[in-house]
Design a protein around this ligand. Structure first.
Ligand code: ATP
Ligand code: MG
Length: 415
């Protein structure tokens, strides 16, 4: 019996890795320009970390976590998102004491027990960034600018930025009461989840996809009309910075995000190209999170993007690399000199393939074609005696003589 991968856990095959590498490398470049450093935290954390940060009544904690007891009886969880672990590390290593402002990014696998479908998997990958220690709207706008620059560099104009404000502990309770009493009159329309969440997490009804909830919340009070003066000013300032930087955005006052720790600015990058999986990236401000996890009262803001969804948007734009040269062997006596030539060309930074199967020259040339080699060369007894061989350009079949030394072949391959 074959052993297959766990459902929803995918292999990323060589044909798919160029796209992944392109996304990762572009993110590193763009984040580097904004002064972010990479942090790598474990994929496994104590379960309590996620319950305390993400929130007990969120979809993630209620239904989606991979939680198990290890042999020592501790409850552990495969991380469903990155922020909690990064904040744990920030506190544990007192990074906030080394520098007031920390700008960190991460990339790696996340795990959620969801129903697998296009753009939704059980092991998926996120690239995320976090800024702690600065509550100024300038930082919100800078983070959004960085995200929009990342998508520009990826060559994607599709995901559109939507922003909202969720207020703060001063103004959200009053909004929450207004929403609860509004929803109280429409109980019969709400789905079971939203009815149950009335006491713990009533805001979730605003972005529930159930038809009844959409109907029930159509005229619901808007959070943006309940912001306190400070939150209102903060939200206005974020918008004015985005405007001066020319970052396009829309306001979506129903966006509530699925994690409890958010305050003030929240945002999503949404696309219509991925069906129900419309969010490509999402994030927001989390001013209470670090203190909630036992650290100092430092504000924070961050986002995470779904690498698989970005890869779907990119499609097959990233072509796999192809060899610079294929050296075909005509006769056993070529093997050793070709080995030497290939090694010297590799030292020049070139990708050179040769035969390792003992095939005929004809079938070696078929392989050169299949690999998409840019140049090819056949080396046998005659070429070794002459000290040169015909270097053939595969695209047009043209060829020229090249001496069999790397310093002579390498410049020709660059043409
Ligand atoms: P969704 O509404 O699609 O469930 P979410 O609100 O749960 O998304 P976040 O927790 O904000 O997502 O994660 C940020 C990003 O990670 C999402 O915008 C999405 O691109 C990606 N993502 C989330 N869950 C998955 C998953 N199961 N498979 C693939 N990508 C995912
Ligand atoms: Mg989700």
């Amino acid at each position: 019996m074959h052993i297959t991968a766990v459902k929803g856990f995918n292999d990323i095959l060589p044909a798919e890795t160029p796209t992944r590498q392109f996304i990762e490398e572009t993110a590193r470049q763009v984040f580097g320009r904004f002064g972010f450093s990479e942090i790598r935290v474990p994929v496994l954390e104590k379960t309590e970390l996620f319950c305390r940060s993400i929130g007990d009544t969120t979809d993630i904690v209620e239904k989606e976590m991979y939680t198990f007891c290890d042999k020592g009886g501790d409850s552990l969880t495969l991380r469903p998102e990155g922020t909690a672990g990064v904040m744990r590390a920030l506190i544990e290593h007192k990074l906030y004491a080394q520098d007031n402002v920390n700008k960190l990014y991460y990339m790696g696998p996340m795990f959620r027990h969801e129903r697998p479908q296009k753009g939704r998997y059980r092991q998926f990958h996120q690239i995320g960034a976090e800024v702690t220690g600065a509550g100024d709207p300038f930082v919100d706008a800078q983070v959004l600018l960085m995200l929009s620059r990342l998508f520009r560099e990826l060559g994607l104009d599709e995901p559109r930025l939507q922003i909202n404000s969720l207020g703060c502990p001063d103004c959200r309770p009053a909004y929450r009461d207004a929403l609860v009493s509004f929803l109280g009159q429409r109980q019969e329309l709400l789905c079971d989840d939203c009815r149950r969440r009335q006491s713990g997490n009533p805001l979730r009804a605003l972005d529930c996809k159930a038809p009844g909830c959409i109907e029930a919340t159509r005229e619901a009070p808007a959070i943006l009309e309940h912001l306190c003066g400070d939150c209102h000013d903060h939200f206005q300032a974020v918008q004015s910075y985005l405007n001066v930087a020319g970052v396009p955005f829309g306001i979506n006052n129903r966006m509530v995000r699925g994690l409890d720790y958010y305050t003030r600015t929240t945002f999503e990058l949404v696309t219509s190209l991925l069906g129900a999986q419309s969010a490509v990236a999402a994030g927001g401000r989390y001013d209470g999170l670090v203190s909630q996890l036992g650290g100092p009262a430092v504000p924070g803001i961050g986002f995470a993007l779904g690498v698989e969804r970005v890869a779907l948007l990119l499609g097959d734009r990233c072509r796999p690399r192809t060899p610079d040269l294929f050296v075909a062997l005509a006769g056993e006596e070529s093997r050793r000199p070709v080995f030497q030539l290939v090694a010297a060309l590799q030292d020049c930074g070139l990708w050179v393939e040769t035969d390792v199967e003992g095939k005929s020259v004809k079938s070696q040339m078929r392989r050169a074609d299949r690999l998409g080699a840019r140049y090819s060369m056949v080396i046998g007894e005659n070429e070794l005696a002459a000290g040169s061989a015909a270097l053939k350009r595969m695209a047009d079949g043209s060829s020229r003589q090249a001496p069999l030394v790397a310093s002579a072949v390498a410049p020709l391959l660059a043409e």
